[in-house]
Design a binder for this molecule. Structure first.
Ligand SMILES: Cc1ncc(COP(=O)(O)O)c(C=O)c1O
Length: 406
């Protein structure tokens, strides 16, 4: 017969097995410095100190193929997670997050409750499990059989993938020289059947930013019944502060513009899965009605805390800017063509069999870079994410060795 253990018996058996759950959690938190020393400084040491090298990847592996943030998350975000980790038996979310995001981007603030069950009316912001969650919802809400989705080629292509599922038609517009998006071409490709036109700024894999001065006339040229999706996953890496404002200011006058952003890149929280969309309330409601509640207590608190840490944001951006400068210097010295980028990665033209190059970098040197031929059919090119300085150096050293021996 099943019998409940008394506290005492349970404690003894936990001790015997050496696995006290409470003790384990306490140890983890104390080890992290969050509860014992307390506060930002301790957690900052944990994520920002020398031990950050190799975090989240096996020791020695240089993973600069996935546009992840090598610096790690904000210590404030880590602190928020640690302080709530024993409360995950509860539903809930951070009620401050929507308001903070609305204020950050200058759209009307609508209060949120901490109940994941209370619908938010008239919000100009939607939060999802990564921006892909919102891109998925946009696809689900807007793309129907017989419609068209217009996007650059090559491009991120997330929404365009819906075309196959929904029996819609992808319309791909080739890039211009310098990997710039052809805005006139995208606009001219819009027909009566177009449901969504996508601009990714900066583009993936191109790294090319479309400034507001070009986006404004572009948006004005698109009929209001067509949704203009501006995916700004990487825009916080732009060097020019004004460029980092992105397209949010277009939303007030354009009910068909939606901007998506993410905590996965500059905020270093890809594994936490938080992204958001900015648009007028009718668009936001439509998108929310195509999503489940994918937000979590930990992710919304972590995101909210990260928004308060401008220092981490700057560090994160500067690490990438410095990393790209280093790449440019090295590539110039080696005579390798590249596309200067406003994003966290650089496209490099190796003019060689990149399948073999990428394989050798991985197998012989433990360095993983993106194969632009395999992913976007761009013959001869690789896409390399700026990592920590030692990771960037490891990549360049490995590249030289592979090139010399081939
Ligand atoms: C252009 C672009 N948009 C959106 C995403 C989705 O990111 P997440 O779902 O992590 O927010 C990515 C991820 O790499 C991306 O490159």
């Amino acid at each position: 017969m099943f019998k409940l253990k008394s506290d005492d018996t349970a404690a003894k058996s936990e001790t015997r097995s050496g696995l006290s759950r409470r003790g384990f959690l306490k140890g983890a938190l104390v080890g992290a410095g969050a509860l014992s020393v307390g506060g930002y400084e301790a957690v900052a040491q944990m994520v920002g100190g020398p031990s950050v090298r190799g975090w989240g990847v096996p020791p020695g592996l240089v993973r600069i193929d996935s546009n992840e943030n090598a610096l790690g998350p904000s210590p404030r975000a880590v602190e928020a997670v640690l302080s709530l980790v024993t409360s995950i038996n509860r539903y809930g979310q951070n009620p401050d997050l929507l308001g903070k995001l609305a204020r950050r981007h200058g759209v009307p603030v609508v209060e949120w409750t901490d109940s994941p069950f209370a619908p938010v009316h008239d919000a100009w912001v939607a939060v999802g499990a990564g921006s892909s969650d919102l891109l998925f919802a946009i696809g689900h809400a807007y793309i129907r059989e017989g419609t068209e989705i217009v996007e650059s080629l090559p491009g991120f292509g997330f929404i365009t993938r819906f075309a196959g599922v929904a029996n819609a038609d992808p319309v791909r517009v080739p890039l211009l020289a310098g990997m710039k998006p052809d805005l006139d071409g995208l606009s001219n490709a819009v027909t009566d059947r177009t449901a969504v036109v996508v601009v990714t700024s900066p583009g993936n894999p191109t790294g090319q930013l479309t400034p507001l001065s070009q986006l404004k006339p572009f948006v004005a040229s698109i009929p209001e019944r067509v949704l203009v999706l501006v995916d700004e996953a990487y825009i916080e890496f732009a060097e020019n502060e004004a460029d980092r404002e992105g397209a949010a200011s277009l939303i007030a006058d354009h009910p068909n513009v939606i901007v998506t952003r993410t905590f996965s890149k500059v905020f270093g929280m890809a594994g936490m899965r938080v992204g958001y969309a900015l648009a007028q309330p009718t668009v936001i409601s439509r998108i929310n009605s195509h999503r489940a509640n994918t937000l979590t207590l930990l992710s919304t608190h972590a995101a909210s805390a990260a928004l308060d840490d401008e220092t981490h944001l700057r560090r994160s951006r500067n690490l990438v800017i410095e990393g790209k400068r280093y790449f440019y210097e090295q590539l110039d010295a080696m005579g390798i063509e590249y596309a200067p980028s406003e994003s966290s990665f650089v496209m490099m033209n190796m003019k060689t069999d990149v399948d073999e190059l990428v394989r050798r970098l991985r197998e012989d040197h433990n360095v993983r870079v993106g194969n632009a031929k395999a992913r976007w059919n761009i013959e001869g090119w690789i896409r390399v994410t700026a990592g920590l300085p030692e990771e960037n150096e490891a990549f360049i050293a490995a590249l030289k060795k592979v090139m010399m021996s081939s």
